[in-house]
Design a protein around this ligand. Structure first.
Ligand code: 13P
Ligand code: SF4
Length: 332
């Protein structure tokens, strides 16, 4: 691994030109501190031959200032396969870094905080999947990517919120076991007509939104267009104008340019999209994901400086988990 060199003068000015882009989301007083970390990270990326993949829920100083690739879980998995670098820094949560490692076993995958988890991934263990298989013999197991590699290893195929419908339909069966997000499973069942055996996991961010809140938003902000993530309870999705993955919500805004819009999802998502479309009004009744928020510019910088917090997966788990992810990626 190449040694880290100090900040070069030519790179120390990189952050200067960025502030105009993010100034509505980042207070001026905070910017000089971020700017130092941004310049250091740009140098480290070059020195380490590293790329930063960032999820849509990362804060604007990460998403807009240091990320090489941004997107939803599906895009990050697809992009991870194409990465031409020695090191991948995953600015997101642990299951995303594991997915990147599954698809890049020979690369170094770092996550700036190993404790960046997910309430869905925490809700289910491999032995739970084995028990479900016994209870429903022959029924295929579809596992949301928001799970550990050990749980993926017990499943037939993975899905994300962006391709859940296509994955389920690709199986051509009447019934599936879909784990661990109960609400995503119920939302997909309503969309596809396929009978779904669900688990009782929930996203601690999206489960907080209510149908009453959606009705209140419509009353308070006439004409508002309401987009919801499919991890929201089905009664919320039923009252929204559109439901889709974080990338699908961004695409909806890009194509339809609603003059007044709400994204019922994690807070940074609206911040990031609002930066791209300053002419649109974003109403922001969001909930923070404490796991996504464990990733900061400072710990991205530290991860690249120290090369610590490497993601490792037991090879006996990695092989079947990779099969389930690759099977998902083969679904168009
Ligand atoms: P997306 O795949 O839609 O980006 O969702 C990931 C996630 O963690 C949502 O809470
Ligand atoms: Fe997990 Fe929900 Fe956070 Fe996404 S927003 S990482 S599903 S807890």
């Amino acid at each position: 691994m190449a040694p880290v060199v100090g900040l070069q003068r030519s790179e120390s000015l990189y952050a200067e030109g960025l502030y105009a882009k993010v100034r509505h989301a980042i207070p001026a007083i905070e910017w000089p501190v971020y700017a130092q970390d941004i310049d250091a990270i740009m140098t480290l990326k070059r020195t380490r031959n590293a790329v930063i993949l960032a999820h849509n829920y990362q804060t604007p100083e990460i998403f807009h200032c240091v990320a090489d690739l941004v997107g939803d879980s599906l895009a990050l998995a697809r992009e991870a396969m194409k990465v031409d670098a020695d090191v991948i820094v995953l600015a997101g949560v642990h299951f995303m870094a594991e997915t990147a490692k599954l698809l890049n076993p020979d690369k170094t995958v770092l996550i700036p905080d190993l404790g960046a988890g997910c309430s869905l991934a925490e809700s289910i263990r491999p032995e739970d999947v084995r028990l479900l298989r016994q209870a429903y013999p022959g029924v295929p197991v579809v596992t949301y990517v928001n799970t550990s590699a050990a749980v993926k290893a017990e499943s037939d195929i993975c899905c994300t919120s962006g391709n859940a419908r296509a994955v389920i339909e690709s199986l051509g069966v009447e019934q599936v076991i879909m784990l661990p997000d109960e609400y995503l499973a119920r939302n997909v069942a309503a969309d596809t007509g396929v009978k779904v055996i669900a688990w009782s996991g929930h996203c601690e961010v999206h489960e907080l939104f209510t149908a009453a809140e959606v009705r209140e938003l419509r009353e308070d902000y006439p004409g508002v267009v309401i987009l919801a993530h499919p991890e929201c309870p089905p009664e919320v999705v039923a009252e929204a104008d559109f439901a889709g993955s974080t990338a699908a919500m961004s695409a909806y805004v890009a194509h339809n340019r609603p003059s007044r819009v709400v994204l019922l999802t994690e807070c940074s998502m609206s911040d990031n999209v609002a930066i791209q479309y300053p002419e649109l009004e974003f109403v922001r009744p969001c909930n923070l994901c404490p796991h996504m928020k464990k990733i900061t510019l400072r710990n991205i910088r530290r991860a690249l400086e120290t090369m610590r917090n490497e993601v490792e997966i037991d090879p006996a788990v990695a092989a079947p988990a990779r099969r389930a992810v690759e099977r998902m990626l083969a679904v168009k």
